[in-house]
Design a protein around this ligand. Structure first.
Ligand code: A3P
Length: 331
């Protein structure tokens, strides 16, 4: 049992960490905030806001992965909430069905803890047999315990054009909800292309996980939003197998995978009261955000409605150049 002394020492270490983090961050290159209250800071070639960088570094020091953990990794706006809901519903399917699942009253980001901000509370979920932990950390930033424990990692990525459009929209919606001046599309586009975006450069984020997945295929599942969208049943079955809880023949005959997919569909989740009117991280300052802002269209190829042909070509060229000789394609 934790003694008063242990928690005192822990607090002391945490205070020391906060102090040195504040000193360190003041020395980092500062990037545009995309119209949001927090600036981006560049640390070891990636861009983060202060609370997320602090969270990643703290997790590196404190998080102790177990071999049975399953890490859901992604760059922002690539399908994280969808992946969380599908994996959560699959892993908990013997405890809940589509009329009792916590997804009915908690948004996907609230059912799977986020390593950067919630890793200290993750053990409670582990004990309940829900070993899912999400992160946006680039591969090179993962705590060494994740790599050393050999736990499984599921990564999802998306066409950079749709990722950018989705990121631009969440920023403008959030800025409007905070009564701050939203960023213009052209400016956001230039920043994204330069790599100055949350956990960006986006391409480097994807490549880090792609290369690791080639080196350790047994420990990695590498997904694309577009492929998941094209054949969700196939990918959900693969996910279940990878997580060690494949659908039985009887479950497949009863249409359990299809029910999970329907439950986790954009149409269903975005119309639930919790996702229309709830608040994520309520009372946590700049981290507080309306749940509905996370749900926009959930479509493949919506970039066509926002990017000029010239912008699309520019992004495609960057993608081609960055991914050349990697064996990966993103559009
Ligand atoms: P759009 O902005 O293109 O609609 P993330 O969860 O990583 O932030 O990704 C957000 C993107 O996933 C948004 O894309 C969002 O609308 C979409 N999304 C959210 N829930 C989804 C679901 N259940 N199915 C498919 N897409 C979903």
């Amino acid at each position: 049992m934790e003694s008063h002394f242990d928690s005192h020492v822990e607090q002391h270490n945490e205070d020391e960490f906060q102090k040195s983090f504040k000193e360190m961050i003041s020395t980092l290159p500062k990037g545009n905030s995309w119209g949001l209250p927090d600036h981006l800071y560049q640390y070891q070639d990636f861009w983060f806001t202060s609370p997320f960088l602090q969270g990643v570094l703290l997790a590196q020091q404190q998080f102790e992965a177990q071999p049975t953990d399953i890490i859901l990794s992604s760059a922002p706006r690539t399908g994280t909430a969808w992946l969380k809901s599908l994996t959560f519903a699959t892993i908990t399917r013997t405890s809940y069905d589509d009329s009792t699942t916590p997804l009915l009253f908690r948004m996907p980001h609230d059912v799977v803890p986020f390593m950067e901000l919630d890793h200290a509370h993750f053990s409670a979920n582990r004990h309940l047999g829900i070993p899912l932990l999400a992160t946006h950390a680039p591969y090179s930033f993962l705590p060494t315990s994740i790599i050393d424990s050999g736990c499984k990692i599921i990564y999802i990525c998306r066409d950079p054009k749709d990722t950018f459009v989705s990121m631009y929209h969440i920023c403008t919606r959030y800025a409007k909800s905070q009564n701050t001046q939203p960023i213009e599309l052209d400016e956001a586009f230039e920043l994204f292309c330069e790599g100055v975006s949350w956990y960006g450069p986006y391409w480097d984020h994807v490549l880090g996980y792609w290369k690791a997945s080639l080196e350790h295929p047994d420990k990695f599942m590498f997904l694309k939003y577009e492929e998941m969208n094209e054949d969700t049943v196939l990918y959900l079955k693969k996910l279940a197998e990878f997580m060690g809880c494949p659908f039985s023949t009887e479950e497949q005959q009863k249409g359990v995978p299809e029910k999970i997919i329907k439950m986790c569909s954009f149409e269903n989740l975005s119309n639930l009261e919790v996702n229309k009117s709830g608040i994520h991280r309520e009372g946590q300052g700049n981290l507080e955000i309306q749940n509905k802002i996370y749900f926009r269209k959930g479509k493949v190829g919506d970039w066509k409605n926002y990017l000029t042909p010239k912008m699309a070509t520019q992004l495609d060229q960057i993608t081609q150049q960055k991914l050349s000789s990697s064996g990966l394609s993103l559009n």
